[in-house]
Design a binder for this molecule. Structure first.
Ligand SMILES: [Zn+2]
Length: 306
């Protein structure tokens, strides 16, 4: 499937991605709303088709997560320790927004398979494991979406391209024995999680990696992978915590570097005629406008392909 030039870019968003958190909570929950507002008034003229997702259902979650974990998370019986590891206090609102976010990534995959490219305005919860939440990730949307596409026969070989600054440890572990899913994580060596998992391909970057060094690694790795693994779908985690001003990342990418990265990924996959479903991944800054502007580079790069 390739993009048809006249087609608008499918952008997936739900107002319910953002819920209220206690003041000074370290997770920038309002960024999804700010990002949606930025894209709504974008003067570069993104020709978008906005899609409102449904919450993910239990059948799709159960392909990835254990019954015991789903019972605890959905039913509100996560232990104190499990809640601490997740980074959130459990609430019904938290469950509802998580299911919407995962549903958004499922919708993004469907739209990408139909048009060649689609972008969520959330997603990328790659630290969640089959039986545990971790690092602001409660349900692994990338894994649920990959399993969903495989189960429906929409794809046979899926590349999960994870360029968030943190290793996609949950995703790597979930698919370590599944030949149909290739996990590629390029991340900061010094970043969370302290204990890394084995992706099918890991590139651990030193502190201070700049645009040029980062793009060099990416350009050396992605094209041969697309040829050798030959995916028929790419799930792209475009985390912006690789940015120099990110609170949690240790890399030094600029705004232009982010755009160049996303544009490179999307054009390389398009030229190989592989559909891409993109999620925004991590990004941490008290300045929500600056942060959402970084995330919007993905949607701007995508809109240039239309
Ligand atoms: Zn991250």
């Amino acid at each position: 499937m390739t993009l048809t030039p006249a087609m608008p870019l499918p952008l997936i968003h739900h107002p319910g991605y953002t819920i209220a958190l206690p003041p000074r909570h370290p997770f920038p929950m309002a960024k999804f709303r700010v990002l949606r507002n930025i894209l709504a008034v974008e003067e570069t003229g993104i020709s978008a088709e906005w899609i409102t997702p449904q919450p993910a259902n239990e059948t799709s979650l159960a392909r990835i997560h254990t019954p015991a974990y789903l019972r605890a998370f959905l039913g509100g019986s996560l232990s104190e320790a499990a809640q601490r590891r997740s980074g959130f206090r459990w609430s019904e609102a938290l469950v509802a927004r998580t299911l919407l976010e995962v549903g958004g990534t499922l919708e993004t995959v469907e739209a990408a398979l139909a048009t060649g490219l689609a972008c969520n305005t959330a997603g990328g919860t790659h630290h969640a494991h089959a039986d545990a939440a971790s690092g602001y990730c409660l349900i692994n949307d990338l894994a649920v979406a990959a399993a969903h596409a495989l189960a429906h026969g929409w794809a046979d070989r899926i590349l999960i391209l994870d360029l968030d600054v943190h290793q996609g440890d949950g995703t790597a572990r979930l698919f370590r024995h599944d030949q149909r899913v290739f996990t590629f994580s390029m991340h900061g060596a010094a970043n969370f999680p302290a204990r890394k998992q084995h992706s099918d391909l890991d590139i651990a970057l030193p502190r201070g990696t700049d645009d040029a060094a980062y793009l060099y690694q990416l350009m050396a790795s992605l094209p041969p992978l697309l040829v050798q693994f030959a995916p028929d779908l790419v799930l792209y985690d475009a985390g912006v915590d690789v940015h120099a001003d990110d609170r949690l990342g240790h890399l030094e990418l600029t705004d232009n570097g982010l755009f160049a990265r996303d544009h490179y990924v999307l054009t390389t996959c398009r030229d190989a005629q592989i559909p891409v479903a993109a999620v925004i991944g991590g990004g941490y800054d008290r300045d929500l406008e600056a942060l959402a502007q970084r995330h919007a580079q993905l949607h701007r790069a995508a809109s240039q392909l239309i």
